[in-house]
Design a protein around this ligand. Structure first.
Ligand code: ADP
Ligand code: GLC
Length: 489
């Protein structure tokens, strides 16, 4: 098949979270399975300097944006599996020090920036010489693509328009803008209604994708069920229920070329299921990096991630206040909401011998934390998939997770299966429930045989992309068998 993917982040070129990892790995995996694959993302600041092999394509972009038009360029690079990586250059939109926000506030022109990106994706879908058969877009930033394609098919100017897939990585981010942004799309007003892109008198980029993509997916089976309920639906559960027969939950895979413990420059020692000894060296190195006492007999609990409400960091802080009287260490790497960053700093200040905090983004350190820790804490309020808990399992670090979304689909608690147990799960979104889970972890750490059993099971888990890719292939086929450009009139 010939598949064009699009996303606002792609590892290793741009990344704020799991979206970048997932999209890059999906493209690589599909290409290595023999498909022709393209992947479109913005040319953010610094990418060209870091990847000097990028080549400018001969044809530029000139795309209508309301009453005016914006010019851009497309850069190309071949990925390691032969996938085509396309980068959309527009200095005014993408040559900035961050991707989405500045000083805690969204850029005021995010509507124009990502409508432009979406139009560039549609332009490539239509004009690339290898003629993509299916277009697969990820999250709200490219949410308008299915509708823009659909509209061209409906207008009769693109009769062979391809079917589209939208993957929802996080329903909480929808790209909602004032209705006055709508003309930037150059679409007829007939799509601006409740069954189209309108969301409480505003426009929603994600809703445009949900209503007009041929097929919808999200990143775990449980989250696919959750988002059709008011509790998790972020106001779009009704729309999603209306499209339930086209909505599939596919658990993300892990790129084990990248996330592995045997050939990894970010680690100080290799280890694996059969040779676990090296984990202790990573633990010592991690403790030094965080200026904590270097002790093998104390358990390290850790967290890496965006400090956002979603991740349940308020529970972590609350539970630690209670649990830090025990012999344990806690390590954090994260960045995000200022008040959560501050809460982390205060905790470290109060417990300098037990808590280590790094506020910031550090890819190498994220690997060392996964490798050197004993337990990974992920008490998310909701979690579409979550990759860190899957990385933890491979790195012999026991995940402590709340029962929600992909966390439930990927971690096995003793209650689920005592023989395959690899993590600790808890249900209630309360500090008390997380504290109880941490107490359970302390019990496991105190019992070397049990600790080894959990680790053995976890390191044996296989979330490789084979399974995930084949599920996407089945959906691409299904989309191809449906009418071009989407199912809705
Ligand atoms: P989400 O996409 O919701 O942020 P995931 O668990 O799916 O959560 O993916 C998070 C990814 O981002 C992981 O690869 C993780 O290592 C990485 N990450 C998040 N925050 C940081 C950080 N501060 N430094 C390094 N890597 C980070
Ligand atoms: C989103 C979700 C996360 C998921 C990631 C990749 O960022 O918050 O749960 O793992 O996308 O799909």
């Amino acid at each position: 098949m010939r598949i064009l993917l699009a996303s606002s982040e792609v590892h290793p070129f741009s990344k704020t979270g799991g979206l970048a990892d997932m999209v890059a790995a999906l493209a690589k995996s599909l290409a290595s399975r023999g498909h022709t694959v393209g992947l479109v993302s913005p040319l953010y600041r610094g990418i060209r300097e870091k990847f000097p092999k990028l080549k400018k394509m001969s044809e530029g972009l000139y795309l209508p944006m309301g009453a005016t038009a914006e010019a851009g360029q497309v850069w190309h690079l071949k990925g390691s599996a032969g996938e085509h990586l396309y980068f959309i250059e527009h200095d005014g939109f993408f040559d900035r020090s961050s991707y989405y926000l500045e000083a805690g506030r969204d850029f005021p022109d995010n509507d124009a920036r990502f409508i432009f990106l979406s139009k560039a994706v549609v332009h490539l879908a239509r004009h690339l010489s290898w003629k993509p058969e299916v277009v697969h877009v990820h999250d709200w930033q490219v949410g308008f693509v299915p509708l823009l394609i659909r509209a061209q098919a409906a207008a009769g100017v693109w009769p062979s328009a391809p079917p589209t897939l939208l993957t929802i990585h996080n329903l909480a981010y929808q790209g909602v803008f004032a209705a006055t942004s709508y003309p930037l799309t150059n679409l007829p007003w007939s799509y601006y209604n409740v069954g189209g892109v309108e969301f409480y008198n505003q426009i929603s980029c994600l809703k445009a994708g949900i209503n007009f993509a041929t097929q919808l997916t999200t990143v775990s089976p449980r989250y696919a069920r959750e988002i059709t309920t008011p509790e998790f639906g972020c106001g779009l559960d009704g729309v999603l229920r209306g499209r339930q027969s086209d909505l599939t939950g596919i658990l993300n895979g892990v790129d084990y070329d990248e996330w592995n413990t045997t050939d990894n420059k970010s680690l100080v020692a290799a280890f694996d299921r059969d040779h676990p000894e090296g984990k202790a060296l990573n633990k010592a190195s991690l403790q030094s990096a965080y200026h904590l006492p270097v002790r093998s007999d104390v358990p390290i609990f850790s967290t890496v991630g965006r400090l956002a409400d979603q991740k349940g960091f308020d529970l972590t802080i609350g539970a630690l206040e209670e649990m830090l009287s025990s012999d344990m260490q806690f390590i954090l790497l994260g960045t995000g909401q200022p008040e959560l960053e501050e809460a982390a700093r205060v905790l470290a200040h109060r417990h300098p011998e037990k808590v280590g905090i790094k506020v910031g983004y550090d890819h190498k350190l994220a690997h060392l934390i996964e490798a050197g820790s004993d337990f990974f804490v992920m008490p998310s309020k909701f979690e579409p998939c979550g990759l860190n808990q899957m990385y933890s399992l491979r790195y012999g670090t026991i995940p402590i997770v709340r029962i929600t979304g992909g966390l439930d689909d990927s971690v096995i608690d003793a209650k689920d299966d005592a023989k395959k147990v690899n993590g600790i799960k808890f249900k209630e979104y309360t500090t008390a429930a997380l504290s109880k889970a941490i107490r359970k972890a302390l019990g496991i750490f105190a019992d070397p045989k049990l600790l080894e059993f959990y680790r053995w099971n976890g390191m044996g888990c296989d979330f490789s992309w084979e399974q995930t890719s084949s599920e996407y292939e089945a959906l691409f086929k299904r989309a191809l068998s449906m009418s071009a450009g989407g199912t809705k009139p």
